[in-house]
Design a protein around this ligand. Structure first.
Ligand code: ZN
Length: 297
């Protein structure tokens, strides 16, 4: 009994040492990482959704991103479900409230084809959160590994009262296994309750931010020439929100202090590393970025 306990403790100490060694000797960042910027069409909505107290309509991009890494392509978010191009009813009343662009060119296959990528080529799909304009095309990436926060998938399937509006269960139902299967996921997943350095080389760092939704996450990409780029997802909607600490309306901020923490975290990375910040929904700053097939390297 004593001996086996000792062995367990010994094993524990080896594991701890190995973890420290990994942290100290993380792989060097690769020299050939690229970042591509795409939009899944646009949305036209009341600006007050994005910024509490604002008024009027605003047309915003629906950003999603592909990171080309030597160990595999990483997609950050996957846009509006392409089904709405031919079947607007799929979005129910949201189709009127958000007025998405529905031309065939916004389809994710068509967008990725600009850089000769097919959905089946994508190794990881990192989901900033599960709202309709970020998780829409999950069903097209059934061979990929999905990376998300456990709190977020629980929230997507059964949101807190008042926070159900933008989750469309048909988008993420393809991830769920069938009847009488112990594991819930039909697809490969990395389910997080915190941060993750995806390749162990600092090049793609996923940061948990309980903010816009219970399991929102943003991505820091470290590129060989451009340097650090922060992809905010919806943890920060607009540049002005970051600059002036402005929050969205209540339905778009699950955890207000958590969202202000996310702003502070991003400002810290920006200031420490001279990072560029790309907001998925900021019309002016998004327009000024290089768009696929151009890229950041
Ligand atoms: Zn969004």
């Amino acid at each position: 009994m004593r001996a086996s306990l000792a062995r367990i403790l010994f094993r524990g100490s080896i594991a701890a040492t190995a973890m420290i060694a990994t942290a100290v000797h993380a792989a060097d960042p690769p020299k050939d990482v690229k970042l591509y910027v795409f939009s899944s069409g646009g949305l036209t909505l009341d600006k007050s959704i994005l910024q509490n107290g604002s008024s009027g309509k605003v047309t915003i991009p629906v950003g999603f991103f592909l990171i080309r890494h030597p160990k595999g392509d990483v997609l950050f978010d996957c846009g509006n479900n392409d089904r709405i191009i031919t079947n607007p009813d799929y979005w129910g009343p949201l189709i009127g409230g958000l007025d998405p662009v529905r031309t065939p060119d916004v389809a994710i296959d068509t967008q990725l084809a600009k850089i000769n990528v097919r959905p089946a080529d994508v190794k990881y799909v990192v989901l900033g959160h599960f709202h309709a304009d970020h998780a829409g095309n999950i069903g097209k990436f059934m061979d990929s590994t999905f990376v998300y926060q456990r709190d977020e998938i629980k929230s997507a399937f059964w949101p807190a009262p008042g926070f159900a509006t933008f989750y469309i269960s048909g988008d993420f139902e393809p991830m769920r296994s069938g009847i009488a299967v112990g594991m819930p996921n039909k697809v490969k997943v990395i389910e997080l309750e915190g941060d993750l350095d995806l390749f162990g080389d600092h090049s793609v760092y996923i940061h948990r931010a309980v903010s816009h939704t219970p399991g929102s996450q943003l991505v820091v990409v470290r590129l060989p020439k451009t340097g650090t780029v922060v992809l905010t997802g919806d943890a920060i909607y607009l540049q002005e929100n970051l600059d002036k600490n402005l929050l969205p309306s209540i339905g778009s901020v699950y955890n207000p202090p958590g969202m202000l923490d996310a702003y502070a975290w991003v400002r810290r990375v920006r200031d420490l590393e001279g990072a560029d910040v790309i907001f998925s929904h900021d019309p002016d700053t998004f327009k000024a970025k290089k768009h696929a097939p151009e890229y950041y390297d």
